[in-house]
Ligand binder design. Sequence first.
Ligand SMILES: [Zn+2]
Length: 373
Amino acid sequence: MISPATFDFHFVSDSISYCSVNHGSACKQQLNGAPNFFKVVDCKARQVVVARPGYQYLALSYVWGSTTGTSDRSLLDLDNCPKVINDSIDVTLKLMFQYLWVDRYCIDQLDEADKHHQIRQMDLIYANAKATIIAAAGDGPGYGLPGVNGTLRKQQPHLRIHGHLLASTLPHPSWSVNNSKWASRGWTYQENILSKRRIIFTDDQVLFECNSMHYAESQILPLDVLHTEDKTMFKWYVAQGAFEWKTPGSDPEDIIHFLADFSKRELSYPADAINAMQGIFQMFSKTEYPVYHIEGVPILSATSGTFVPEDSFIKGLSWCHSIPGKRRPEFPSWSWAGWTGVLERSFMWADEYPVDTVLCLETENGIIEEFPR
Ligand SMILES: [Zn+2]
């Protein structure tokens, strides 16, 4: 039975152990691609320190709420931090880790150069975390993690009949996670996608989802039976967990699905429309078949098979919305980033354009050049 007051710590540590022992590169940290200069919260000393090579850390993904605090240094006092951060520090220590990466504390919001640097390496920061704590409950940072320090989970529906206990297995992870405020926000989109292991705190229970399996606190599953023989991943026919798209870059054409999903999210600052996808774009640019972008419009590399670069760019310009969006003047009108609104997923598979189409780009100097080949 789920305890409303206390999450099952052994469920989380056992899930991380199973993943560490059995799963392959999809779940492993990238030792050759560690982030370059970043800070972490030292949870024992409760202070922000520069991460040293080999530091094992967890990351946090949460809803900032209305107090973004970009110019208020008092909000950076760890002794008075929002409950979600305090709870995450406690969970980190309980799981026998010392360091936690929290954007609010580990990126200097007032230092534009540091902010730019950290945003550019967000893919490495999340991919190298041992796991990401996801706060998928409540409307803001004051709510905390359900099952930690007094934030209660819902009572698990149950019934006792003739000495037998019947208990609900609780809502499907996809429902409880994707209906949360956390799942509606722009920045949390890539924080989840870029992570390899996720410890998800919901109002019902804690969920574990790595890139090879998913598990719920309310269940006792025969993990070995659900895995392939080599235990590296769940069998293909096991129902999926909370997230459909988890490994950006494995197929270059997947960029469309990531853009379409991201376009459903809300951003507090329209100027973040591309920054909040920067980590995912970085991952797509580092694969065997790299995908690049101009102002968010994807360009698939010539080696990707289906597309040639100018072909993919023209189709990328053909994005459309089912409902008209509002203008974001921070970005060009020809980019999806220049407008709010949910992208139609089909646009990259639009009909062929005429073969004599010549694609030109205007540079910042106003010079018109043919699309680089
Ligand atoms: Zn795993």
